[in-house]
Write a protein that binds this ligand. Structure first.
Ligand SMILES: [Zn+2]
Length: 63
């Protein structure tokens, strides 16, 4: 699946928004760290982009 705009906070179950909201100009790359900030408890989560996030590039032979 693509990189999510929001995730659920592990601590409080609240919604965490991606920062920044806009995806990078060149798209997500394997190993990119996506930052989410929880609306309710303000915790910050760092999620590394993995293969599952890049299904759109599945047909790219350069990987
Ligand atoms: Zn939270």
């Amino acid at each position: 699946m693509p990189v999510a705009d929001t995730i659920v906070c592990v601590d409080c179950g609240g919604p965490c928004r991606r920062m920044p909201v806009e995806p990078p100009e060149l798209g997500w790359q394997l190993g990119d760290v996506v930052v989410y900030r929880c609306r309710d408890c303000a915790d910050v989560w760092y999620v590394e982009v993995d293969d599952d996030d890049l299904d759109d590039a599945a047909g790219d032979p350069s990987i």
